[in-house]
Design a protein around this ligand. Structure first.
Ligand SMILES: *[C@@H]1O[C@H](CO)[C@@H](O)[C@H](O)[C@H]1NC(C)=O
Length: 555
């Protein structure tokens, strides 16, 4: 039986390789990259091997429940089994796709018979492709605890939750649920340092292996990202501490735990004047010779003339505008002179007694330690609860989250072979298609080199203006103009003005010189390709940097 399956696998595999000819003809595609056609891949032994190629509608059941039982949070996000549309690395490759934006999605399948990780460990692998990329949403899978009962929802018990999630920060969840042998209750244990998932539009393969020696490895794209033990790398740790503080032991009221106290025998020295002011007028200072005590700092403008149409009866007595007294400008100052202040050498401030060791000090108090009544020790954490099904239960703001090639079993080698045979060639083709649709900007000419350095200068300018503006907002105008960024802003404004001029001249030069080779048009179908392909038609400036400037500006 096994041999027959292997043989069939080989035949199909050979077919798949030759499928390059039967796939989409490269000439017909806008990117001119040969894309092989889908052919099923056989995995001889697995608890689940799902390519969504046969009749997935029969095996997978959409949930009509509601998250946390709230009717406004129904799982009404649409699921489809359809060919991958964006940046396809295989033609006719059907996958499971979450189709709706800003919706809860839930779908699950039940295994023919439960899978028990206690036998030979557990290996879970699946592919995720974010066809519209991802700003906020989940793309993780749940292994449902056997027996799976009722309509699938967030309340359905799971054994492992694994895969990417992003909303703000992106991380790869790895959570297992452990059954407390004393209470029978389940608790979640989260990987303490989850890796960061890729969130581009390409296919990525996520692999988790839990071994019978209680270790695990987590890989993305067949490269190990984390490994460790189920004991040490998850929070909270499964096994509780053997001893705990006695909750009934309380600190006695008369316990003294102040190690030092103000010296009770110390007295304030007689010559300690607590009232002496911090600053006093500087008696050594003398009024500058050229100080004009009798001159007012401001005087009426002698040059001002009463307007011809001034009516004393209606407008009152006319007086000219006040201006700085021109005599003061020539002198050291005008008006009453005041002594500057200086530090008072007699200033001592409030007196306090020096600290001495507390003779009644008993040491820091700590409660008595007792045996933890909740203590247990599970030395075989890999013996997780048997898995009865597989489900996706997700919220997403972006549509087009795509799942494919789910493997659940106990063979690290089988998972590695699948990644090598199924994911790798597809990923390579996706990269080739992406490269063809997003050619690198044309080689630098002298003009584009200058433009490039100007852009870099612009980024700096935006950054200083940003810093200046932040200071202005938080600390006010005066601080901002005193701040370090003042010079930068002034320089930025001057350079910015100059640069703007040069920039426009260069643009004109460029407009009237022969245009460099224009990149091939991108396929209309590949809307979600990594890095928007708007670069192809932009000839005026190196488009790869255009995003940076806005980012800097928004900071
Ligand atoms: C645990 O088992 C796995 C799989 O057999 C093996 O690769 C790994 O080296 C083992 N780790 C330790 C610490 O024994």
């Amino acid at each position: 039986m096994l041999r027959a399956l292997l043989l069939a696998s080989l035949v199909l595999h050979a077919e798949r390789v030759s499928g390059a000819d039967t796939g989409a003809a490269a000439d017909e595609l806008p990117h001119k990259v040969a894309v092989p056609a889908f052919a099923p891949y056989l995995v001889p032994e697995a608890a689940l091997w799902e390519q969504f190629a046969g009749d997935p509608e029969r095996a997978w059941k959409r949930s009509h429940a509601a998250k946390a039982g709230r009717q406004e949070d129904r799982y009404d996000g649409e699921w489809a089994f359809e060919d991958v549309a964006e940046l396809a690395g295989v033609t006719g490759d059907r996958a499971l796709v979450a189709k709706s934006e800003a919706r809860h999605h839930a779908i699950s399948t039940v295994l023919g018979q439960p899978f028990d990780p206690a036998q030979r460990g557990l290996v879970l692998q699946y592919e995720v492709k974010l066809q519209s990329k991802l700003n906020c949403g989940g793309a993780y899978v749940k292994l449902l605890t056997a027996p799976v009962r009722g309509e699938f929802s967030d309340a359905t018990p799971y054994t492992i939750m694994f895969g990417p999630d992003k909303c703000g920060d992106a991380k790869v969840h790895l959570i297992f649920r452990h059954r407390n042998p004393l209470s029978g209750e389940y608790t979640e244990h989260h990987l303490t340092r989850p890796p960061v998932p890729p969130t581009d539009g390409l296919s990525h393969v996520y692999t988790l292996a839990v071994h019978t020696n209680n270790t695990f490895t987590l890989s993305i794209d067949a490269t190990e990202k984390r490994s460790g033990t189920l004991f040490d790398d998850f929070a909270p740790p499964v096994n509780p501490p053997k001893e705990i503080d006695d909750p009934d032991d309380h600190k006695p009221a008369d316990w003294v735990d102040d190690a030092s106290i103000p010296d009770p025998d110390a007295e304030k020295p007689a010559d300690w004047d607590e009232d002496a002011p911090r600053m006093v007028p500087d008696d050594d200072a003398a009024m500058p010779k050229a100080w004009l005590v009798d001159e007012p700092p401001m005087v009426e403008d002698p040059a001002a003339k009463k307007p011809a149409d001034w009516d004393d009866d209606e407008d009152g007595d006319w007086s000219g505008p006040m201006v700085a007294n021109p005599r003061c400008a020539a002198a050291d100052g005008c008006g009453p002179w005041e002594r500057p202040l200086k530090r008072n050498p007699a200033y001592k401030g409030k007196w306090s007694a020096p600290l001495v060791d507390n003779p009644r000090y008993k040491g820091a108090w700590a409660p008595r330690r007792i045996d933890n009544p909740a203590y247990f020790e599970d030395r075989e954490l890999y013996r997780l609860s048997a898995v009865g099904g597989v489900g996706f239960e997700l919220w997403t703001m972006q549509s087009g989250i795509t799942f494919d090639n789910i493997y659940l079993g106990d063979s690290v080698a089988a998972a590695a072979q699948i990644a090598e045979d199924v994911w790798k060639p597809k990923h390579d083709t996706e990269l080739a298609v992406h490269a063809a649709l997003n050619p690198k900007p044309p080689a630098h000419t002298a003009v584009s080199g200058v433009l490039e350095s100007l852009r870099a200068r612009f980024d700096e300018i935006y950054a200083s203006i940003g810093a200046f503006y932040d200071m202005l907002r938080t600390e006010g105008l005066v601080a901002a103009f005193r701040g370090e960024s003042r010079g930068a802003v002034a320089a930025a404004m001057v350079t910015g003005g100059l640069a703007w001029l040069v920039w426009n001249v260069l643009l004109l030069v460029r407009l009237f010189s022969p245009t460099p080779a224009v990149a091939p048009q991108r396929a209309p179908a590949a809307g979600g390709a990594p890095e928007a392909a708007a670069t192809a038609s932009s000839t005026a400036r190196p488009a790869t940097r255009s995003g940076d400037a806005t980012t800097t500006k928004r900071k």
